[in-house]
Write a protein that binds this ligand. Structure first.
Ligand SMILES: [Zn+2]
Length: 92
């Protein structure tokens, strides 16, 4: 089973970047250096969904932290399912 390509971690807080398209950390707001993403292959459609779930949960957090957590959990499960399917397709 092939492993997923590694994602860079935030130099400030050490968490993996969740929003590839952004040039700053979604967790602590630290701007990434210009060459930060060199050497990393951009993941395909998966981060788009990741950002989507993150945005939805961010909005929900204002109203209900529990609902935000539920959305994040559902998003993580969905992303796992998506990655699993992508790997199946690529192996053909
Ligand atoms: Zn950070």
């Amino acid at each position: 089973m092939s492993t997923q390509p590694p994602l860079p971690s935030c130099p400030e807080c050490g968490r993996r970047i969740a929003a590839w398209k952004k040039d700053h950390c979604v967790y602590c707001g630290t701007a990434f250096p210009p060459d930060f993403k060199q050497g990393f292959a951009e993941p395909e459609a998966v981060p788009v969904f990741g950002v989507l779930f993150y945005l939805v949960s961010s909005m929900l957090r204002r109203f209900s932290p529990l609902a935000a957590s539920a959305v994040l959990a559902a998003g993580a499960a969905f992303l796992g399912y998506l990655l699993w399917n992508l790997q199946k397709i690529r192996r053909r």
